[in-house]
Design a protein around this ligand. Structure first.
Ligand code: NAD
Length: 498
């Protein structure tokens, strides 16, 4: 037993050896060829095709994710990414012609996309297959060697990824390291050419019962593993580690994604789409899930009725018993969500749902009306099935509510008012936006996907993934003709004027 544990521990020494091995392979030039990139992406595509059943089973074990959801939001999204990369790879790899100036005449110029080297992808648990492999596809397309660290909070998917990637992909350039904070920390001590991180433990001021009992204080807890004492977040840990070697980072983080709901809408369609962006997507455990709604005082009752009606249409009168809704990932997150709901000033604001079952890790779709602004549920990213509705006198006042919080990863507006749409797009800052729907912008590969401010930095998807893992090298070509003497000393007043 001891020997097995020792063998499983991945430490700094092993991390160092791993990076050196991959650097050697990268330096051999093998990852640069079109053929290598193509063959590895084809292998991912084949792997997803052949192992669909195993992937669905692992996602079910980790999150009781319904099969349809696993297929639509993980498997088919990945297949789409592979297909697009294979179709476009040649054109992405082609140097781009660039304009030259009179100063360099005669000359030509181009932008060459070169791979960065050995990159680290650290992934989250909520869409554990997609969020692990999608950036890996970008890294491979751009010609890099990659180490993937999947999330330990989705252990079945993590171990399946380790097994499949070892079986299907080139071991000398693409590897998986499983583990939690210790293993990730060992990896973060190494020099990488880029770190791509998806996650972020929002600043969860979650009161541990134990701590509450003994000390009667609130402490911020990041992830299940880390109790931090100040303003630390995992994103900051990643950036600090990267700073040591000036490693560039992409941080795909989270935040509180608002949905502004006007009254001049097709209410049934809007309600269904809000539900799709909340309980249908991993029971709210999604980075771009609707975190809270803002609507007018007058319209709120109608909206609540419509949401209730459509939730029951989708999940039945007892959504807790529905097979079409994911459970909460683990008891830490269950208790975190329960504590948001049980806060004194919040619990009496429930207008729908509120049931929870710790044994099954289930929390029902829950709607709350007008919870106080200073409650935890309005401060923290909810990342679960609780949906607070904030009411305002006039819909225009919604902008102030959104602006009072850190910039979200996504912002949604439901309206038929063209001016409101324009104002929303121009005045609300968010990683991405969607008018009259939720979530779907993520599926459009021609749009960059990423955050702004505290919701992240850098973007990926489609060509943006290729660019995320490439260095854009500017190259100027000159011949020996046109060697103007004006640039050389001795300087004269005439040369100065030129
Ligand atoms: P997390 O930060 O707890 O974990 C993400 C990864 O970081 C895991 O692989 C984990 O092992 C590692 N990690 C955790 N603590 C660490 C530490 N102290 N040192 C080093 N590594 C550490 O995040 P999560 O709980 O897996 O994911 C949920 C969060 O991710 C939410 O905030 C959500 O909004 C965000 N998210 C963002 C996107 C996006 O695309 N922007 C997608 C999914 C999730």
């Amino acid at each position: 037993m001891m020997a097995r544990e020792e063998k499983q521990r991945f430490d700094v020494e092993e991390a160092d050896l791993l990076v050196k091995e991959l650097q050697k392979s990268f330096n051999s030039g093998k990852t640069k060829s079109y053929e290598w990139r193509k063959s590895q992406i084809e292998s991912i595509s084949k792997m997803v095709e052949e192992k669909e059943k195993e992937i669905i089973e692992a996602l079910y074990k980790d999150l009781s994710k319904p099969e349809t959801e696993s297929f639509v939001s993980e498997i088919s999204m990945l297949k789409g990414s592979c297909k697009l990369a294979l179709e476009e790879l040649k054109s992405w790899m082609k140097p781009e012609k660039a304009k030259t100036s009179l100063t360099t005449y005669p000359s030509s110029a181009e932008i060459v996309s070169e791979p960065l080297g050995v990159v680290l992808v650290i992934s989250a648990w909520n869409y554990p297959f997609l969020l692990s492999l999608d950036p890996v596809i970008g890294a491979i397309a751009a010609g890099n060697a990659v180490v993937l660290k999947p999330s330990e909070i989705a252990p079945a998917t993590s171990s399946l990824l380790a097994e499949l990637i070892a079986g299907y992909l080139d071991k000398s350039t693409i590897r998986v390291v499983e583990g939690a904070v210790a293993e990730t920390s060992a990896l973060l001590e190494q020099k990488w050419d880029k770190i791509f991180y998806t996650g972020f433990c929002n600043f969860i001021y979650y009161t541990y019962d134990l701590v509450k009992t003994f000390f009667n204080i609130k402490i911020p807890i990041c992830s299940c593993h880390l109790i931090c004492s100040g303003g630390e977040r995992v994103g900051r840990i990643i950036m600090s580690a990267a700073a040591k070697y000036l490693t560039p980072v992409i941080l795909e983080l989270g935040g509180k994604c608002p949905a502004l709901v006007d009254s001049n809408i097709n209410l049934q369609v809007a309600a269904r789409r809000i539900i799709a962006g909340k309980w249908v997507c991993n029971n709210g455990q999604a980075c771009i899930s609707v975190d809270y709604i803002i609507t007018t005082k007058q319209f709120a009752p109608k909206l609540i009725d419509a949401l209730r009606k459509e939730v029951e249409e989708f999940f039945g009168k007892d959504p807790m018993g529905s097979k079409d809704i994911s459970r909460i990932v683990n008891s830490f997150h269950f208790n975190r969500l329960a504590s948001l709901l049980d806060e004194d000033k919040v619990s009496d604001k429930i207008v729908y749902g509120g049931q929870k079952d710790e044994n099954q890790l289930k929390i029902a779709p829950t709607i709350l009306l007008d919870v106080p602004e200073d409650s935890l549920i309005m401060k923290e990213e909810i990342f679960g099935p609780l949906l607070p509705i904030v009411t305002v006198e006039n819909i225009e006042d919604s902008f102030d509510v959104i602006k009072s919080k850190p910039k979200p990863l996504a912002a949604y507006v439901f309206t038929d008012d063209e001016q409101l749409k324009k104002d929303f797009v121009q005045n609300v800052s968010a990683g991405g936006m969607l008018v009259n729907d939720t979530i779907l912008h993520l599926t459009v590969s021609s749009l960059p996907f990423g955050g702004v401010g505290e919701s992240g930095m850098g973007a990926y998807h489609g060509k943006f993934s290729f660019d995320a893992f490439s260095h854009k090298k500017g190259v100027l070509y000159r011949s020996f003709d046109g060697d103007a003497t004006t640039r050389y000393p001795p300087y004269t007043p005439q040369k100065h004027r030129l």
